[in-house]
Design a binder for this molecule. Structure first.
Ligand code: NAD
Ligand code: UDP
Ligand code: UDP
Length: 312
């Protein structure tokens, strides 16, 4: 049994991670300020004797005793991370400093939930970990992209300067049950719109691509990385290499949900990456990891979840 701190533990990925690590016998300390997370995601765990929830903002110091830290605190959807961009950068940067300071004091292994956004609008396709990326430092996505890039820098400097045991994971678009219906990311938007019979909003002409990973595959990769051999730091891409245009995604959702929704086209947001697909050879060789769930199957589960939540 390990004592494990999960920051952002009341969010979409964090709450599933709480479930997973509790089920394997660990003691979980879940820290979240509920900015985009929800009590409902972890309500079923309240009262469990190995689970503790702490309302706390990671931009403030935190003194606890743990063996491992999964640092997931940060809004992930453009709508939410652009709502208070200064707080977004603070969460990534000051949050990383505090969690690294904590890891240093208690000698805990620490994993950072980084992102494919560190590659920006990439001109290398698919993206291998060696690619340094193409990020606009002053655009509307920069608070997230540069915050996450700086957090990676801090992780590697704490390793070089203080010998910390770090793991850096670059997460590509991930979806599944427990995404907030108002999350604003594309999978939840399309499914919620289709279930409500509203127009499906495609930004731009719908030819931009993304690669969608089901949460369960993603968390399997995250756990493998955390428990990987000493000295293996990453960064390592975890994502599903299946690549789809947003138009293809809309059509898949419409086919599964049925109903009368029409596709409408809206302006493409500034700096929206045109393509994204992970090169996962490193995850393959180092972690023996590959995703198993096909987009159609993952969408089916996710549609079922939203049907239940929306009572649709
Ligand atoms: P989410 O928004 O559901 O979860 C983020 C959680 O962090 C929320 O519960 C939120 O309340 C909490 N949080 C935000 N700021 C905080 C602060 N200052 N202090 C404490 N808690 C704070 O998003 P998610 O999809 O579960 O993402 C989890 C992590 O994975 C994030 O770090 C995100 O950047 C990263 N990530 C996710 C994806 C994806 O597609 N889901 C892709 C790349 C990276
Ligand atoms: N910190 C924390 N919890 C701890 C230890 C440190 O939140 O258990 C914070 C501390 O407030 C500091 C940051 O982590 O701001 C970085 O800590 P470090 O020891 O690296 O730096 P220093 O305290 O020397 O600035
Ligand atoms: N998108 C869309 N309609 C929506 C929400 C998003 O067409 O209702 C597009 C968005 O412009 C982007 C892609 O879908 O090209 C993925 O967006 P998301 O916000 O999910 O993730 P990210 O851009 O961070 O990969």
């Amino acid at each position: 049994m390990k004592r494990i701190l999960i920051t952002g533990g009341a969010g979409f990925l964090g709450s599933h991670l709480c479930d997973r690590l509790l089920a394997s016998g660990n003691e979980i300390l879940c820290v979240d300020n509920y900015f985009t997370g929800a009590r409902a995601n972890i309500e079923h765990l309240i009262g469990h004797k190995r689970f503790e929830m702490m309302r706390h903002d990671v931009t403030f110091p935190l003194y606890v005793e743990v063996d491992q830290i999964y640092n997931l605190a940060c809004p992930a959807s453009p709508v939410h991370y652009q709502f208070d961009p200064v707080q977004t950068t603070k969460t990534s940067v000051i949050g990383a400093i505090n969690m690294l300071g904590l890891a240093k004091r208690v000698k805990a292994r620490i994993l950072q939930a980084s992102t494919s956004e560190v590659y920006g609008d990439p001109e290398v396709h698919p993206q291998p970990e060696e690619y340094w990326g193409r990020v606009n430092p002053i655009g509307i996505r920069s608070c997230y992209d540069e915050g996450k890039r700086c957090a990676e820098t801090l992780f590697f400097d704490y390793k070089r300067q203080h010998g910390l045991d770090i793991k850096v994971m670059r997460i590509f678009n991930t979806y599944g049950p427990r995404m907030n219906p108002n999350d604003g990311r594309v999978v939840s938007n399309f499914i919620v719109q289709a279930l409500k019979g509203e127009d499906i909003t495609i930004y731009g002409d719908g030819s931009q691509t993304r690669s969608f990973c089901y949460y369960d595959d993603l968390l399997d990769g995250m756990e493998r990385l955390m428990n990987s051999r000493e000295g293996f730091t990453g960064p390592v891409n975890i994502g599903n290499p299946g690549e789809f245009t947003m138009l293809e995604l809309a059509e898949k959702v419409l086919k599964q949900v049925g109903g009368a929704s029409k596709i409408v086209y809206m302006p493409l947001p500034q700096d929206d990456p045109k393509q994204r697909k992970p090169d996962i050879s490193l995850a393959n060789s180092e972690l023996d990891w590959r995703p198993k769930v096909l987009l159609d199957d993952g969408l089916k589960e996710t549609v079922q979840y939203f049907r239940h939540v929306l009572n649709a």
